[in-house]
Design a protein around this ligand. Structure first.
Ligand code: C2E
Ligand code: MG
Ligand code: MG
Length: 463
């Protein structure tokens, strides 16, 4: 009986050891799972799931009578795609880890810094004593990130756009606070890089309206709601017609006529500018070639097409132009592409190569809205620009305003010295016209000569 008891005892001991080992094993698996479920692998910051949990808890606490306030910061790196594209993903990852570390150092231990994925982070400030606390944290973050990062051999500077959402009024769903902060971040980003904005309810209304507009615009091409108008461009010296600028119009079935100033920026943000730009280019070239055949002239008219920088950075603009010219039969020397100065300046490196390829195809390039974008002489040298188009703001009031006359005179001198021609846009009065003529401007367009015309009216002018 004793030996039996002893054997039983040792068996129990053995069994208990086994159970314990199993338990430890299971516990560490559970712990690992817990870490994996609630943390981001790259930065080891808490992830969205963890943020959700904490938000839920904060919302529950805030609902009690001794309500307190908390806030969410939504943080997005500016131009991260550029860094990834130019330095590679490994370097990009290093930068994200560095940013994560600095973010963590900018907040208190009780706050939560989470990575939502990509270059997006969120911070739960819990609690905040006054709304200005969140703004101060945002400023602290922007200062902390302004110091350079050393990634491999590279010295990198990061800037972030930040949106702030406060817990009052209480959101319907705790996670709405993150969405609101995201909306505010979007507004911050639109202003300029490295800003922060505080969410207010009107932002949501505007975001919804924008989404509606975006959906209509998405369908506009298929529904053939886009049209082109053509504004005559004439020689200043003898008012001879030399070409047209194609300007897109959206006749929305749901919303009526919408100006390009209202939908082109949206199209650029959403990428819809790519299909729209393709349509504009083909339509403008086809129309010009039809006119060319119907009304041949000794000096063929050019067509100027506005091209957004996004079409350069993301599209296949060179191939597109080649295809459209082949398809329509338009001579390359008859096509001018207009790119806005301010956009061109921000993307000199990436666009220069494409512009040179277009130049090699004998396409002419025009810098639109010149004078608004602060291009340096060296950029003008670097880019194969044929024409400068003086922005309307310098043309308005010419003859009465001597300050503007000096600017315009300088632009014309500069252009001519660099073998470029000059177009003035937005000429509305005879006085402006005479002043431009006196200053030696080559070409002009504006309401004084003609408004943008529907194709039939433009054709009447050709006849
Ligand atoms: P932009 O290329 O600088 O075009 C000139 C704008 O000035 C046009 O406005 C034109 O209608 C207007 N304008 C012309 N003459 C006068 C004048 O004498 N007085 C005044 N006050 N305005 C005049 P619009 O058609 O509303 O176009 C606005 C902007 O939208 C354009 O500025 C261009 O940046 C963009 N845009 C228009 N069509 C296209 C397009 O097909 N593609 C792209 N990417 N952008 C386009
Ligand atoms: Mg233009
Ligand atoms: Mg312009």
């Amino acid at each position: 009986a004793l030996t039996q008891l002893l054997r039983l005892g040792s068996e129990i001991l053995h069994l208990r050891r086994q159970v314990h080992a199993d338990l430890v094993d299971r516990k560490s698996t559970e712990a690992r799972l817990l870490v994996e479920t609630f943390h981001d692998a790259l930065t080891s910051l808490p992830n969205t799931a963890m943020l959700r949990e904490r938000l839920q808890r904060a919302a529950a606490c805030a609902a009690r009578p001794d309500a307190y306030a908390y806030a969410v910061l939504f943080i997005d790196l500016d131009g991260f795609k550029n860094i990834n594209d130019s330095l590679g993903h490994v370097e990009g990852d290093h930068l994200l880890v560095g940013v994560a570390e600095r973010l963590r150092n900018c907040v208190r231990p009780q706050d939560l810094v989470a990575r939502l994925g990509g270059d997006k982070f969120a911070i739960l400030l819990d609690p905040v004593a006054a709304p200005s606390d969140a703004s101060h944290t945002a400023e602290r973050i922007q200062r902390a990130l302004a110091l350079p990062f050393y990634v491999g051999e590279q010295e990198l500077c990061a800037s972030v756009s930040i949106g702030i959402a406060h817990s009052t009024p209480a959101p319907a769903d705790p996670y709405d606070l993150v969405r609101n902060a995201d909306t505010a971040m979007f507004h911050a980003k639109r202003r300029k890089h490295g800003f922060y904005e505080v969410f207010d309810a009107s932002m949501r209304t505007r975001a919804v309206a924008r989404l509606g507009l975006e959906n209509s615009l998405r369908r506009a091409i298929g529904r053939q709601e886009l049209r082109l108008e053509y504004q005559p461009v004439v020689r200043i010296s003898d008012r001879q017609l030399v070409g047209f600028e194609a300007l897109v119009r959206w006749h929305s079935g749901e919303r009526g006529l919408i100006s390009p100033s209202d939908f082109i920026p949206l199209a650029e943000e959403t990428g819809l500018i790519l299909p729209i730009g393709r349509w504009v280019l083909r339509e403008a070239c086809a129309q010009t070639q039809r006119w060319h055949q119907l009304h041949p002239r000794s000096e063929p008219l050019f067509i100027s097409v506005n091209v957004s920088v996004r079409q350069f950075s993301q599209g296949d603009i060179v191939e597109q132009v080649a295809a459209v010219l082949a398809e329509t039969g338009l001579a390359p020397t008859q096509l001018k592409l207009e790119v806005t100065e301010s956009l061109l300046i921000d993307n000199v490196q990436s666009t220069a190569v494409l512009l040179r390829r277009l130049e090699a195809m004998q396409i002419r390039l025009c810098m639109d809205d010149f004078g608004t974008g602060y291009s340096s002489l060296s950029t003008l040298y670097q880019l194969p620009i044929h024409t400068l188009k003086i922005d309307r703001s310098f043309v308005t009031g010419l003859g009465a305003d001597n300050q503007h006359a000096k600017v315009v005179e300088t632009i014309i001198l500069l252009a001519h010295n660099l073998q470029m021609s000059v177009i003035a846009e937005g000429i509305e009065t005879e006085l402006e016209w005479q002043s431009l003529a006196a200053l030696g401007c080559d070409f002009g367009q504006g309401y004084l000569i003609a408004r943008p015309l529907v194709p039939a009216a433009a054709e009447a002018m050709l006849r």
